[in-house]
Design a protein. Structure first.
Length: 317
C-alpha cells in the first residue's frame, strides 16, 4: 500500500484539524478509500497512488487557503474539495471585510465565498442578480451593502421591494390599512434592517422616506435615482413586472435583484420574470450575475440537508 506524509509548516495543527478533528473527519468522508491519520503536525494517508495524488493536491489547496485566511470551516473545505480551480473559492481580502457595524456591535460581513463574490460584483456593477436557495444570505448581504452605501453617502435612499404574490388582488379581506396588510410580505427586509440600524433611527429613516419598503406594484411610474434598490423574491415577478422594474433605474443607482428560481409561487404557465431576465441579460456588460448554492447556507445546518434532500427528489422528476 502506498503512503504520503504531509507536514504542516507555519500552521497550527489544532486550528487546521478543527475542533475534535472535525476537518479531518470531513476529509475522510471525501476520501473514503484512503486511510487518513493526523498526529502532531503531520497527516499521513494510505491507499492507491492515484487517490493519494488527488489527496495531496487538495491538501495543498487547503493549506494555501489556511495560510492566506487563517481559517477553515466546513463550507470552505467542501468548496475546495469539490472545486475545479481556485477561482471557485478565492476572493479579494477586501470583500471579506466588515460591511457594517450592526446593532449591539454586531459585525456584519460576507461569510462565504459566494457572498464575498456578491460583494465584489456589486462594487463593480450597477446591476447585479444574486441567485440561490433559501438561507444563502442573498438579501441579508444586499441589505448590508445598501446600509453601507447610505452611511457612506454614496446614495441618498434605500428602496426595498418584493412582489406581494400571495396577496394578489385579494388584500381586501385582511384587517388594517395598506401598510399593515403588506408588512407581513416585507418582514424579512425589516428583520435585516433591524440588525443593522438602531430601532429609533430606522423608524426615522422610514418616516422621512430615506428607507422605503414597498411592494413592487408601487414602483410603476417612478424613476429611482441616487438609490440602492433591492428587488427581493424576484422569481415571483412576471415578464411585465420585471421589465417595468429594470427600466426604473435612474442616475447613480445600484440595483440588486435576488431570487430562487426553484421557488416560484406564480400561477401555472406564468413565466418567471427572473428566469427570463437571466437569459435575456446574461451577456449584457455591466450586469453581474452571482449564483449561490447550498454551500452558502448559513442558517441551521439542517437547512443544507433539507435543500439537498429536495434537490434529489426534483432531479428525479
Amino acid at each position: 500500500m502506498n503512503e504520503i506524509i504531509l507536514e504542516l509548516e507555519e500552521i497550527t495543527p489544532k486550528e487546521f484539524f478543527g475542533a475534535q478533528n472535525a476537518n479531518i473527519e470531513l476529509l475522510k468522508k471525501y476520501f473514503p478509500k484512503l486511510k487518513i491519520v493526523a498526529r502532531g503536525n503531520k497527516i499521513k494517508a494510505y491507499g492507491d497512488e492515484d487517490l493519494l495524488e488527488e489527496f495531496d493536491r487538495r491538501m495543498m489547496m487547503l493549506m494555501k487557503h489556511f495560510g492566506k485566511y487563517n481559517k477553515l470551516d466546513e463550507n470552505v473545505i467542501e468548496r475546495i474539495l469539490t472545486s475545479q480551480s481556485s477561482d471557485d473559492y478565492t476572493t479579494s481580502a477586501k470583500s471579506g471585510e466588515v460591511i457594517v457595524h450592526g446593532v449591539g456591535g454586531r459585525l456584519i460581513k460576507a461569510q462565504t465565498v459566494n457572498q464575498r463574490k456578491l460583494v465584489e460584483s456589486i462594487r463593480k456593477n450597477d446591476m447585479v442578480f444574486a441567485i440561490g436557495p433559501a438561507g444563502t444570505g442573498k438579501t441579508y448581504t444586499g441589505v448590508a451593502l445598501a446600509v453601507q452605501a447610505l452611511k457612506n453617502k454614496e446614495v441618498k435612499r434605500i428602496i426595498l421591494t418584493r412582489p406581494a404574490v400571495e396577496a394578489g388582488e385579494n388584500l381586501g379581506f385582511l384587517p388594517g390599512d395598506l401598510k399593515e396588510k403588506l408588512d407581513p410580505y416585507m418582514q424579512p427586509l425589516y428583520d435585516a434592517l433591524r440588525d443593522m440600524i438602531p430601532h429609533e433611527k430606522l423608524d426615522a429613516y422610514i418616516e422621512k422616506g430615506v428607507i422605503q419598503i414597498a411592494p413592487l406594484a408601487f414602483m410603476r411610474g417612478r424613476t429611482l435615482d441616487n438609490a440602492f434598490v433591492i428587488l427581493d423574491e424576484g422569481q415571483n415577478t412576471t415578464h411585465a413586472q420585471m421589465k417595468m422594474f429594470l427600466t426604473r433605474m435612474g442616475k447613480n443607482a445600484k440595483f440588486l435583484l435576488t431570487g430562487d428560481p426553484g421557488q416560484v409561487d406564480l400561477p401555472r404557465r406564468t413565466i418567471s420574470g427572473l428566469k427570463e431576465a437571466l437569459l435575456v441579460l446574461k451577456n449584457v456588460e455591466g450586469i453581474g450575475m452571482i449564483y449561490l448554492d447550498d454551500k452558502d447556507v448559513i442558517r441551521h445546518k439542517l437547512v443544507k440537508k433539507v435543500i439537498a434532500a429536495y434537490k434529489n427528489i426534483e432531479n428525479r422528476d
